[in-house]
Ligand binder design. Structure first.
Ligand code: TXA
Ligand code: MG
Length: 343
């Protein structure tokens, strides 16, 4: 298939009419959002929805998020909106928060992987909003990467993974947040974060005035995002994540580096520590106390490790709070459980 690539800026939104038409006709279009690039299909065409799974190599039991432009579209797809959901919608939509609702029967089971709930978000990115407005049908969109690969935060990433497989790619440059939306379930006794993102537990607790829980992988009595059980975000080379006190992490990584002479090891470290690693390849993730900057870079850096043809990747962990929780969640998955605690 020939993939048309169009370049737009977030200030000049012309040319999206053809993208909307492709979606309405049942084609696949990759588009930017404020989090990561999405691979879109309208929720009304089951063959298009099935194509998303085929093109990504995504397991059929991992449900999709529906993207909407207007709240009128929400009432077409969900059967009820709780008071807590209303508060979060008022505060965070449009923005990087996905909420899980009871679904209306009209929503295809291909979207929800047979669940009786549906994930919905209203993106804030101007390109995504204009595309959704012109399409005028909710758009199902997972991240526009091949299943298991780091999520795409640059047009180039999407072109690498999706060229020749989909009708169109809209390239608008880097995605500002850099990690996928926070996914929150409101269907149990307490709100539960199924996937951490740049909208944090701490912020949502303040808005809701009650505790917000975090789902832990393997936690059986809490609702899970089915996507959590798969290995994710992995570059080709094996990743080791080091967690604990920074000085101890640096010491431990330098010991391991000394053992790996002759191999191309890439270290991903925080800005304040990159000069302390005794290695040729050290990538700057950003300042330790600015996890939102690190969030904006991690997927790009993980993909860059592939371009460098790294044999091994060592990553310095950061504090598990605020946006740091979202960063660590992605890094732990990239490491596939290969985590060294040094404190
Ligand atoms: O920022 C984002 O959310 C991006 C952009 C493109 O919008 N999209 C994205 O989609 O990250 P995806 O498919 O890569 O991740 C969707 C996550 C998965 O972990 C999935 O299991 C979970 O949402 N999910 C979807 N529907 C669900 C449901 N009904 N119940 C629980 N989890 C659900
Ligand atoms: Mg994804």
């Amino acid at each position: 298939m020939k993939t048309t690539i169009i370049k737009v800026t977030r200030k000049h939104l012309e040319g999206l009419g053809s993208a909307a038409q492709i979606l309405r006709d049942g084609g696949l279009v990759a588009f930017p959002t404020e989090t990561v690039y999405g691979l879109g299909a309208v929720c009304s065409k089951e063959t298009a929805l099935l194509n998303i799974f085929a093109v990504k190599g995504r397991p059929a039991d991992n449900p999709l998020i529906l993207h909407i432009y207007h709240l009128d579209q929400l009432t077409q797809i969900v059967s009820s909106i709780s008071p807590a959901a209303r508060k979060l919608i008022d505060r965070y939509w449009p923005g990087p928060l996905t909420l899980i609702f009871p679904k209306r029967p009209e929503v295809s089971p291909v979207v929800t992987a047979g669940l009786d709930t549906v994930a919905v978000r209203m993106p804030s990115d101007p390109v995504a909003r204009e595309l959704l407005r012109l399409t005028n049908i909710p758009v199902a969109a997972p991240s526009a990467n091949l299943s298991g690969k780091p999520s795409p935060t640059l047009g180039e990433h999407v072109i690498t993974d999706m060229s020749g497989k989909i009708e169109m790619i809209i390239d608008a440059g880097p995605c500002p947040a850099g990690v996928e939306s926070t996914v929150l379930s409101l269907n149990g006794a307490n709100p539960v974060i199924l996937r951490p993102g740049v909208i944090t537990r701490e912020e949502m607790e303040e808005v809701l005035g009650r505790p917000v829980l975090s789902a832990k992988p393997g936690d059986n009595d809490r609702p899970q995002a089915p996507g959590m059980k798969y290995r994710h975000y992995a570059p080709v080379a094996p990743v080791t994540l080091y967690e604990g006190e920074p000085v101890k992490i640096i010491h431990e990584i330098n010991l391991r580096l000394a053992e790996k002479q002759g191999q191309k090891v890439v270290v991903m470290g925080t800005a304040e520590n990159i000069s302390r690693y005794r290695n040729e390849w050290v990538l700057d993730m950003g300042p330790r106390e600015r996890p939102e900057i690190i969030a904006g870079r991690i997927f790009q850096l993980l993909r860059f490790c592939d371009q460098l043809q790294a044999d091994q990747i060592f990553i310095e962990g950061i504090a598990d709070r605020g946006v740091g929780t979202a960063v660590l969640n992605r890094l732990r998955k990239a490491a596939g459980g290969n985590i060294v605690h040094v404190s």
